[in-house]
Write a protein that binds this ligand. Structure first.
Ligand code: KG4
Ligand code: ZN
Length: 357
């Protein structure tokens, strides 16, 4: 039977549904963005996000099926992000996915949001081989991951304070740019000179961790001081200087991590990987270090369900499915599912052992 997975992603402010065939072909990928709604508040309001997901999810599922030309009965599994993320938002997607799985009598595949970001690289026409080293840069996380094979993840480094996307959004806000700040800051930076030397936090020798709160404070202090002195600032130069500082650390750490674990494949993932300056800088550094560089197409960098479907495809191959007690988790560590099946609430409910269709 042809494997057709319908995946649902509602961890933050995008209601996204995708249909993936045979772990290769994205038949549809729909994203209903809530940006307009949250823009008025300058950031995501969790309760509003949940209510928006409830309003949109049925329609987005219909559209994803319609656009894929797939009937519900043809689906062979339902995948869903169950963490990390906003709990109320996750629960909307999770409950919908459980309902579909139960009604259609097909497996429910639990997916970890950050793992899915890495799996966005496997949507490329020429996906990476394993082992790989992944840099995940999103709104809530900045993680360096070593992945020797499917379902096995080792955390090599992470941020000790702000995530890269969070830093982009906060600095965009003080520069009076609209939410979400990252893409707007990138556009502004393209018109500026990176000649303001904002600090880079290299931490202790050998560390693969990150810290962006000092950089954030330095930019804010610079803007305050200039204001107090009655001097004007060139916002584009501030944006360019900030972006350069963040990219320099991300690139150096990603290359060092790949070298340390001896991985020749380096993958970039997460919303900030849509940033062209970062993509170019890491591509160049990888080339110089003889590493193979991978980055998803822009539409699969920010939150989307196609990456969730791809992750689910590999989990299904390993027989990882969940029962209807699967819960949402705001904080969810990445766990290995090949060796010890430590994934939360995952049990063999009979689907993977062939007892159910
Ligand atoms: O992965 P994602 O869509 O959602 C989370 O899982 O957090 O990442 C969203 C983050 C936001 O902070 C957003 O500002 C940032 O990714 N982002 C960017 C760009 N596009 C999105 N940051 C810098 N440059 C961009 N072009
Ligand atoms: Zn994300």
């Amino acid at each position: 039977m042809r494997e057709i997975i319908l995946a649902i992603e509602t961890s933050c402010d995008e209601t996204s549904v995708a249909v993936l065939a045979e772990g290769k072909q994205v038949l549809s990928s729909m994203v209903a963005s809530q940006i307009d709604v949250h823009q008025a508040y300058g950031g995501v309001v969790p309760e509003i996000a949940s209510r928006q997901h409830i309003e949109h999810i049925s329609m987005v599922v219909q559209e994803a099926l319609h656009s894929a030309s797939v009937r519900r009965e043809e689906l062979t599994a339902i995948a869903v992000t169950h963490g990390p993320g906003l709990v109320g938002a996750l629960l909307v997607g999770l409950c919908y996915a459980k309902g579909l799985s139960y009604a259609l009598g097909i497996p429910l595949v639990p997916v970890h949001h950050l793992e899915a970001h890495i799996y966005a690289n496997f949507l490329l026409p020429e996906p990476p081989s394993l082992p790989l080293c992944g840099l995940i840069v999103s709104g809530g996380h900045t993680d360096l991951i070593y992945m020797p094979r499917h379902g096995e993840f080792q955390l090599l480094g992470q941020t000790r304070d702000d995530a890269a996307g969070e830093a982009f959004d906060k600095i965009a806000r003080v520069l009076l740019l609209p939410y979400p700040g990252g893409p707007h800051l990138e556009k502004l930076a393209a018109h500026g000179q990176a000649n303001l030397n904002f600090p880079r936090a290299w931490l202790e020798p050998g560390s693969l961790d990150f810290s962006f709160s000092g950089l954030k404070s330095a930019v804010i202090n610079y803007l305050h001081t200039k204001k107090q002195q009655g001097q004007s600032v060139v916002a584009a130069d501030v944006a360019a200087g900030f972006q350069q500082a963040i990219i320099e650390v991300l690139v150096a750490r990603a290359v060092a991590a790949a070298k340390r674990v001896g991985a020749v494949n380096l993958c970039l993932a997460g919303g900030v990987s849509a940033n062209n300056a970062l993509r170019q800088a890491l591509r160049q550094a990888a080339l110089e270090q003889k590493l193979h560089f991978f980055v998803p197409e822009s539409q699969y960098c920010t939150d989307n369900a196609a990456m969730v479907a791809m992750s689910a495809h590999h989990r299904l191959q390993a027989g990882v499915v969940a029962d209807l007690s699967l819960n949402a988790a705001a904080v969810l560590p990445m766990t290995n599912w090949v060796n010890d099946h430590l994934v939360h609430n995952v049990v063999d409910n009979g689907y993977n052992s062939g007892k159910k269709a």
